[in-house]
Design a protein around this ligand. Structure first.
Ligand code: KIV
Ligand code: NA
Length: 264
């Protein structure tokens, strides 16, 4: 695969080709994922949970993300790499810029932040400084204590309308990509139709412009708990490479996520 750029992701949305994404935290997995057809790799702050064994993502630092971003980039020079801005690393535009620069220097193509309208000035500030931004709406795991658990978001018409409005504002501010998490499938579809930037879903139905999973879920590495919206792609395959290829194929032909992985 040649170098993946934001222009290619935009063209994929326009032509209706699904974008494949997954998290990775080290060079071996980023190499495996990119060599087997994944376009976008996220160094998620989910690493606090899947690597550190915490219940939430709140303990993750900018330095943690930078460390794993360097490793991921080593393994996949040509992937489109997004680095998560961790909890409280973007309380205001200047602080966000300072931390985002560290992640860009570590090898990211783009940084991701959780939140709506309050992030508009930060998105403007970062993009003005040459730092591409991915917005993140729906379930915001950094706000788990405020929400009171990991719950499906945007279930009422009022909430759904507000989320679309916020997405449009973030897009106008310069966000070039949007991740939407744990929302009804119909709202996932609305996001993709309302925005001209690509929308990548997790637990957001089959009609977003792409799909992302936490790698440990995609490979069935959490035996105790598999969220409803995910699937263990290692089942029925005798190698990691084949499991990744089957995830890519299932996203591309929109057979994943199926109705059983979807909130209505
Ligand atoms: O941290 C993460 O892995 C994420 C994805 C679930 C989108 O933000
Ligand atoms: Na995250």
């Amino acid at each position: 695969m040649s170098k993946v750029r934001i222009s290619q992701l935009l063209k994929m949305k326009q032509s209706g080709e699904k974008i494949t994404a997954v998290t990775a935290y080290d060079a071996s997995f980023s190499k495996l994922f990119h060599e087997n057809g994944i376009e976008v790799i996220l160094i998620g702050d989910s690493l606090g949970m899947v690597l550190h064994g915490e219940d939430t993502t709140l303990g993750v630092s900018v330095e943690d993300i930078a460390y794993h971003t360097r490793a991921v980039r080593k393994g996949a020079a040509d992937a489109f790499v997004i680095a998560d801005m961790p909890f409280m690393s973007y309380p205001d535009p200047d602080t966000a810029g300072f931390h985002a620069a560290e992640l860009m220097r570590a090898g990211a193509n783009m940084v991701k932040m959780e939140g709506g309208e309050w992030l508009v000035d930060t998105v403007k500030h970062l993009t003005q400084q040459g730092i591409p931004v991915c917005a993140h709406l729906g379930l915001l795991p950094q706000q788990v204590h405020l929400i009171g658990g990991y719950r499906v978001q945007g279930k009422t018409k009022e909430q759904a309308d507000k989320l679309i409005e916020e997405a449009l504002k973030l897009q106008a501010a310069g966000a070039q990509l949007l991740v939407v998490e744990c929302i009804p499938a119909a709202l996932g579809k609305r996001f993709s139709e309302a925005l001209h930037i690509p929308v990548i879903g997790i637990g957001a139905g089959a009609d977003t412009d792409g799909q992302i999973l936490v790698m440990h879920d995609m490979l069935g590495m959490n035996a105790d708990y598999l969220p409803k919206f995910t699937r263990n792609f290692l089942v029925g395959h005798d190698s990691l490479a084949k499991a990744v290829q089957s995830y890519v194929a299932a996203v591309k032909d929109a057979s994943f996520p199926g109705p059983e992985h979807t909130f209505s």
